[in-house]
Design a protein around this ligand. Sequence first.
Ligand code: T1G
Length: 678
Amino acid sequence: MTSPIRTERHDNVLVVVSDNPPVNALGQAVRAGLKDAIAEALADDGVEAVVIRCDGQTFFAGADITEFGKPPVGPNLPETLDAMEASDKPVIAAIHGTALGGGCEVALACHYRVAVPSAKLGLPEVKLGLIPGAAGTQRLPRLVGAEAALPLVVGGNPIPAKKAEAIGLLDALVGEDSLEADAIAFAKSKIGQQVPRASEGKANEDGVRDPDLFDRFRASQARKIRGFDAPNAAIEAVKAAGELSYADGVKKERELFGKLMGGTQSAAMRHYFFAERAANKIDDVPKDTPLIPIRKVGVIGAGTMGGGITMNFLSAGIPVTILEMAEDALDRGTRTMRKNYENTAKKGRMTMEAVDTAMGLLTPTLSYDDLADCDLVIEAVYENMDVKKKVFAKLDDVVKDGAILASNTSYLDIDEIATATKRPGYVVGLHFFSPANVMKLLEVVRGKETRDDVLATVMKLSKKIGKVAAVSGVCPGFIGNRMLSKRQEQANALIMEGANYWDVDDVLLEFGFPMGPFQMGDLAGIDIGWHRDPSKVTTVREALCAAGRFGQKAGKGFYDYDEARNRTPSDEVKQIIADFAAKEGKEQREISKDEIRERLLYPMVNEGAKILEEGVAQRASDIDVVWINGYGWPLYTGGPMFWAKTIGFETVVEGLDRHGLPVSEHLRKTAADGGSLD
Ligand code: T1G
């Protein structure tokens, strides 16, 4: 098999080129090829400098993740990079695309680094539950200091070339279309000079001057890294760079890396990496299905959902015509979108010019006729089947043939909605999660007649608007809300049996969710959908509303809130629940947190097994993608189905049986066979 690495002579400069699509991952053949190429350069007196670059979309985008978990095959990356750095001939990294992970470490082991302005550099290993494993945590701080290294290593987000140059990670920016020529010229300018080696630099001089820097940084990241192992290990590795010799620092990094690689969190996060990409594929829709061009989008409803949905398209540069029934609602919706954008600009995440550009793509209207030439129309009107069918019938009349008609419904039957039109093949569900301009999940609901080109188009479009899409079949609640209802059922049952509602919240918080159901209720508002009649009390929520406990906004809901919004459990609420339980003749008892966790989460796994058995989800990993992106299931467990596999499906079945909860045949059989739910 030909090596993915080739060498090309340009006078006295040897250019080493990697051609390993799709992202020049540093698989075994690439590592071996790099090592051979460096040896070739050192052995050839006619070569006085080396340039390393990549063909295709990007510079090396990291180690080959598909090799993880398999027996390592040499040469390993650290030894390859050490050989590269040991060269006395200048080695220059010529970067385009995204130099990530091991790719960034290749660049760090080079003596110089040049990049095109559009390039990005980063160390995203923490997103895989790891830390850099080829001396990145030791070379980077020696080049840029601790303050600049920490966000890169611990946050894992790439930085643009301009910023990389500013912090000293890049030596020069070169022409966007002349990378190789400019890199060769740069290399020639360094011939005969002492080669600078990152490993020989002094690390963290800023950290030595300011030893609290590390603790301050850790504290600043506390909320984001809660429950994750890798970020703290990353901080430890960067700190070690300033305290230990390079060799000992590399040993420390290796030890931390090995521990993470062998842990469940990295296995879960590597699973998620591939799960997210798999979710975008529809097994029975051919990859080359022609796409419907989406040049103009229509949105019906300018409320919270309609406005949020609209912003996704405006931010992606796609014009939107937004329709409301009344002028004041339309104006309010438009003002809210602008305010949201301006808040983002205030946080420095976009320019005011970009705000004006986005808002310039918006056409508010009160007339359906203005939707006629839209390629896709999404309705986000009141969640009622009759209302939606009326809207779809109207759209069917007004909007051009071949346009896609989508509903943002969160649980209604897409097939029934489609019967209101003469184009059921063009009807699909696009279930956004609130706030729609923030939450990444998009449930694409496939009707029985939804066409392949419609599905292929919305899956591609989801990536363009920055969403993670997963396909769901038609059933009440689709994938996410159907499983959520099982957790909610148990949460309500548990507090009627004597469990403290704050224990229910704490169990989910400790598991890694951002919050529990009762805290969520207070945040959203207990009075959503309340009939406003305090004399009519048939549920706990109605009792809370009757007592004026509307939630956080009222200073009290399930919890009492002080001015700083700190929440404390309420004896009044505990009593309201106990009174309800007494009325229903429910025995009260102490309920452990273990029982609470099992009864909240195991029924969700069971429902996931049923969703797979019914073919509502294509694969178990899609369910993980839905729950991680739509509901805050902790990424470091891989999602509900991967987590169940990790703890053992037999453990889940035993727990459900012990609590007298239903077990689907599919789950029971999978557990008995020791199989996998995929
Ligand atoms: N290894 C193997 N396959 C990879 C890969 C990788 N590092 N990166 C991407 N792919 C596959 C991906 O599964 C998909 O396959 C195809 O390439 C296109 O990817 C030693 C230990 C580079 C920004 O974490 O962030 O280095 O679905 O759809 O949107 O310290 O891929 O087509 O079959 O994402 O254009 C660190 C991960 C590894 C970078 C391109 N590196 N990749 O985005 O394409 S650990 C990363 C990305 C490491 C060292 C440590 C993105 C991208 P398929 P894609 P894209």
